[in-house]
Design a protein. Structure first.
Lengths: 431, 155, 536
């Protein structure tokens, strides 16, 4: 099947006008998977199906979901499944779409996941700015509860699962799983030292697995259609449908669902309408959210899956595909991101706390024409001092783009030093 | 008195929601901010007492999260996204326009209290960039014209 | 190499084989073989924070550096603290810490004992590539009654916050804001005012938290440290006296896990101020010496006269009319010497005044504000109350009184002054001029705190050593010297020539101390096992 023939699985309901309602969801076959899971399968069988499906985390790390669940201790005892709806990675907006237009898909996946790991109180951590999705989810949980799909003795199976929705209050760092748990416990969202890992010591000190919204939305599909069917979608070790967020200088920005492994150029040019302006060609693409190394136009012949992008020296990450045309000054773009990470750094550990601010100052100087040649290697060296030396991956998330942009577009940075202005020719803003 | 009886009932409900009361802290702060428009020092003291937490910790939490305001915003709190996609889709022009039209800078409140303006980081709406959030609502696919129309509609 | 026992772990650090108990972190494991892994936020008596990243080390088979503070020693682990990977990370941390740190060294109290300074010298690169603008915070913040806070110097290690959470449980401090604007502070209007606030300045690795009473007073490299014991209460916290130019400028705690961990209360920390604020008794006073007398005069005739006076009273009215007042402020040797004198004169009544204030707290503070009341009881004095003694004086049963380090008349007021008149002879030994000194027939000058050796027994039954760091004021002596001089003239033994002899003499008279000698006490003291200490 070509990508042109592909019919959405995760997004199949979103265009229905009443797509958030329970009745609409059921009409299109919803909650059959939950029913199958709690009535016909054991939790272990559900877990094995998810393992066999090859589902990998859609939040950014791409860790096999079944394996992650498998780290939790078996048997009775308090454990938690927590849904990470803190979507804050620049370039990413897929989880919001799912929550706003098909909340029951997310809930069903979450309930099945709770069943598989033995969690009787699931938490959904949603970023505070997502007010509308929050209200929609609350309503959906209420509907599910009233229909005996959540709460006590779900569908008469004996499985209890209460869902609590928890609002964040503005902190990208709370998307990191241990910072999320700290925030859920009512504290400043500062990441914890690992080890111990959440699977051993998580929420309230109990074994916990934190999963992304899109990841969990795949679970009903796996349970309903079976792991072999699911694994037939995409590519080996990179299975299943994927939501790609395409934004930036394209004509049709939005969320596009395709099997994992669609060629990047096909995604941009055949589905997202190609470049915004005819006169401004493609310059670069960020393939997986702001934290991943950038691909210059000449390196964009690449497949959009975990392993292909890793082989190309970057990452699928959150699949936040940001398309940049040649009006973008890469120094300016990197400065924008450096400011983002400096704003979002929790401030706990030395390299990230101090390094982010230093990056910003260097890039500001470069941007306004006061940079030095030595600044370029300084930026690279600082990346080496930060990456791998911090409590959490935010340090890596700022160090990787810095290293990547300076290496890939070194001539542009050098131009700023030598000529005190941008190499790129700006275009009028499209507003 | 803030929090009012009604808000206090909601706070009681929030506290019951969690196995550990401390988890309710962010929800309680949201409720208080909903009523007052921001969080005052006396609110932090009240919350500390209600949740049996050290006041310094409550204040530390308030200061950590960008959504918690410690100063009164305008009736229409305009938060323009400034992260990469919004920037390359023109948010700087929007902000310039807003600053000129409202006569305030990023971080300011109009003298009549009608508008306040800040720029914020990624709001998870890159597909409809440039965009902004006004109070709770997202306004997407902005152009200068749409911006003007929106401003006029906000009383 | 096989592990000796299941509870021991053997690993390699910088090519050295190290064997430590299972559960030991790498900082302590390295320390055990003399390898320093530099760190700021780690403190052995606080929880692990892991935020400074200074202790990053290179562990074989681990792709990323690991922090040594939270990594436990594992069998066969190979740790390198000086590999390129570790050095690069550490130099990075040093450079990062200094970019927003103010160049305050010339005016900062911490200079000379600043961990940031020291590590910059040992582990830094000697320069910085930063030439931007530093983040600014309030400096000279009045954080509490004894603490000044400089926000720019703070490196956000959070030791102070953890101290207030985990040790004092008072939670005054918190973290505010985030990113590079993170700062520690108190809730608006509240202060860092727990009873141990000064300890936050001890554990602050930089000059962000400093003690007000020491601010700008002395450069630490001019201070000589004398290891001694705080005499403020019955805890006997181990301390260092910071001394220069014959003056104590500050008291800081020494770590002793059996007594005070790494802490001291603010009152004890500042107790040196009390000793400096009193009028000293520098020379012997009194009718026996017709004015003030030097040691020579005392030796030539003074002691003889006192002995003769006491002997006379004992002959006329009975030895039982000679009594003493001992003190919990006195050392064991001094208390033993007083008892010796009273006994040689034929008496046996010795009273021990009680000095209690407040309550014992959950940490270090004892309501008994004397450091050696246990010693007084062990030595065998304290067989009657001061009130009983007062009554005995009034009824003529006590006619001669020797008072050691107590302002008996001052504290019992008019009643005691009236009783004074009933005494034939009053001799006081003290370090300061008190009402009792002024009303005495003979007053002999004593060393004050910091001027003499002495042993003290704390409420746990631990015997510890006071050490001198100051020259005794004018003619002052430790009380055992004049007391035993007089006692020897009443048939007592030869006077010890030095403190060690005095200690052994006193120890020989107290069953609980009979096996002890001063070298065994060292800097940390010895726990007595005798049931007479009343421990438990």
């Amino acid at each position: 099947m070509t990508n042109q023939e592909y019919r959405p699985l995760l997004l199949k309901n979103i265009h229905r006008p009443d797509s958030t309602s329970l009745s609409a969801y059921r009409e299109s076959g919803g909650y059959k998977a939950l029913e199958r899971a709690v009535r016909e399968m054991t939790p272990e069988q559900v877990l094995e199906e998810v393992k066999a499906s090859g589902l990998r985390g859609r939040g950014g790390a791409g860790f096999p979901t079944g394996m992650k669940w498998g780290f939790l201790p078996k048997g009775p005892g308090e454990k938690y499944l927590v849904l990470n709806a803190d979507e804050s990675e620049p370039g990413t907006f897929k989880d919001r779409l799912l929550m706003e237009r098909d909340p029951h898909l997310v809930l069903e996946g979450f309930l099945i996941g709770c069943y598989a790991v033995g969690c009787t109180r699931g938490y959904i951590y949603i970023r505070g700015e997502f007010v509308e999705p929050w209200r929609i989810l609350l309503k959906a949980v209420e509907e599910a509860r009233s229909a005996n799909l959540a709460g006590k003795n779900i569908l008469g199976s004996g499985f209890d699962c209460e869902i609590t929705i928890y609002r964040g209050a503005g902190a990208y760092i709370c998307g990191e799983e241990t910072a999320l748990l700290e925030s859920l416990e009512g504290k400043r969202g500062m990441p914890r030292l690992k080890p111990p890992f959440p699977a051993q010591v998580g929420l309230y000190g109990k074994p916990t697995s934190v999963n992304n919204v899109e990841t969990i939305a795949n679970v009903p599909l796996i349970v309903e259609m079976g792991s072999s069917w699911y694994a037939g979608i995409g590519r080996p070790k990179n299975t299943g449908p994927k939501l790609y967020c395409v934004s930036g200088h394209v004509r049709k920005p939005g969320v596009y669902e395709f099997p994992l492994g669609i060629p990047l150029k096909e995604l941009i040019f055949e589905h997202a309408g190609g470049l915004l302006r005819e006169t401004r060609p493609l310059k670069a693409v960020i393939p997986g959210g702001s934290s991943v190394p950038i691909l210059p136009a000449e390196k964009c012949d690449v497949l959009m899956d975990f392993d292909s992008l890793a082989a190309a020296g970057t990452m699928l990450g959150s699949a936040g595909v940001i398309v940049l045309d040649d009006s973008v000054c890469m120094v300016d773009a990197l400065l924008n991101l450096a400011r983002f990470y400096a704003h979002e750094s929790c401030g706990q550990c030395t390299p990230c706390r101090e390094g982010c601010g230093w990056y910003v100052q260097i890039l500001e100087r470069l941007e306004r024409g006061e940079g030095k040649s030595s600044d370029l290697d300084l930026l690279l060296d600082l990346s080496d001092r930060i990456q791998g030396n911090t409590i959490c991956p935010l340090g890596d998330a700022v160090a990787m783009p810095v290293r990547s942009y300076v290496n890939v577009f070194r001539n542009e940075f050098q131009y700023h030093v030598d000529h005190k202005k941008c190499l790129a020719e700006p275009a009028p803003a499209p507003v | 008195m803030i929090p009012s009886q009604a808000t206090q009932l909601q706070i009681d409900a929030a506290l019951k929601e969690y196995a550990h009361e401390r988890s309710a802290l962010l929800a309680v702060l949201h409720l208080i901010q909903k009523e007052r428009g921001y969080i005052a020092v006396e609110d932090e003291a009240w919350v500390a007492k209600r949740l049996d937490l050290p006041p310094a910790e409550v204040a530390g939490v308030v200061s950590f999260y960008t959504m918690f305001r410690t100063k009164p915003p305008g009736r229409h709190h305009i938060q323009v996204c400034r992260t990469l996609t919004c920037q390359i889709r023109g948010c700087r022009e929007l902000v310039k326009h807003l600053e000129q039209k409202l006569g305030i800078q990023d971080g300011g409140v109009t003298p009549d209290g009608r508008y306040s303006l800040i720029t914020v980081e990624c709001l998870g709406s890159c597909g409809t960039a440039p965009m902004m959030q006004v109070n709770d609502d997202y306004h997407e696919n902005l152009t200068l014209e749409r911006l003007d129309a929106l401003l006029d509609s906000m009383k | 190499m096989a592990d000796p026992t299941p509870e021991q772990v053997t690993l390699t650090i910088d090519s050295q084989s190290v064997t430590v108990p299972a559960g030991t972190n790498l900082i302590e494991a390295a320390r055990s073989v003399g390898i320093e892994i530099p760190h700021f936020c780690y403190h052995p008596r606080l929880s692990i924070a892991g935020n400074c990243r200074m202790c990053l080390v290179d562990i074989e088979k681990m792709p990323k550096n690991q922090i040594a503070c939270s990594t436990k020693a594992a069998p066969g682990m190979i740790v390198r603290t000086r590999s390129d990977k570790a050095v690069k990370a550490r130099q990075g941390v040093m450079e990062f810490l200094l970019i927003n740190h103010p160049l305050d060294c010339p005016i900062c109290d911490q200079a000379g004992e600043c961990v940031l300074q020291d590590f910059s010298y040992h582990y830094g690169t000697g320069g910085s590539r930063f030439d931007g603008l530093k983040v600014h915070h309030d400096k000279n913040v009045d954080l509490g009654p004894h603490i000044v806070f400089d926000g720019e110097r703070c490196i956000k290690c959070t030791r102070c916050i953890r101290f207030c959470e985990e040790v004092t449980h008072t939670h005054e401090l918190g973290l505010f804001s985030r990113g590079d604007h993170t700062i520690i502070g108190t809730f608006p209007g509240k202060h860092l005012d727990n009873a141990y606030s000064g300890c936050t300045a001890d554990i602050c690795p930089v000059g962000a938290l400093t003690v007000k009473e020491f601010r700008f007073k002395q450069r630490v490299w001019f201070l000589r440290n004398t290891a001694s014991i705080c005499a403020g209460c019955a805890r006997g916290c181990n301390v260092n006296l910071g001394i220069n130019e014959e003056r104590i400028w500050r008291i800081t705690p020494r770590d002793n896990g059996a007594v005070n961990q790494s802490w001291i209360c603010d009152e004890g920390r500042l107790s040196y101020q009390t000793y400096q604020q009193s009028e000293r008794l520098g020379r012997a006073l009194g009718s026996a010496a017709a004015g003030s007398a030097t040691r020579e005069i005392l030796a030539a005739s003074g002691y003889e006269q006192v002995a003769a006076t006491l002997g006379e009273i004992a002959r006329k009215h009975g030895g039982a009319t000679v009594a003493g007042i001992t003190s919990g402020h006195a050392s064991v040797e001094e208390q033993a010497a007083l008892k010796e004198l009273i006994e040689r004169a034929g008496g046996n009544r010795i009273a021990l005044p009680v000095h209690e204030r407040g309550d014992d707290d959950a940490l270090l503070i004892r309501k008994d504000k004397t450091a050696n009341s246990v010693g007084a009881r062990l030595v065998g004095g304290a067989n009657c109350t001061p009130e009983d003694l007062l009554a005995a004086i009034k009824t003529g049963k006590v006619r001669a009184l020797v008072v050691l380090r107590e302002d008996f008349l001052g504290e019992f007021g008019a009643e005691a002054m009236a009783a004074r008149g009933a005494l034939d002879f009053l001799m006081t030994l003290d370090w300061r001029v008190t009402a009792t000194v002024k009303a005495s027939d003979v007053a002999l000058p004593l060393c004050a705190y910091g001027e003499m050796d002495g042993s003290l027994i704390n409420y746990q039954g631990r015997i510890q050593l006071l050490r001198p760091g100051l020259t005794p004021f004018e003619e002052s002596d430790p009380a055992w010297k004049p007391l035993l001089e007089i006692a020897s003239r009443l048939g007592g033994a030869a006077v010890p020539k030095n403190f060690r002899e005095a200690f052994r003499w006193a120890a020989s008279r107290v069953p609980a101390l009979s096996q002890l000698d001063t070298p065994a006490l060292g800097k940390y003291g010895v726990a007595l096992e005798s049931p007479e200490t009343g421990r438990g």
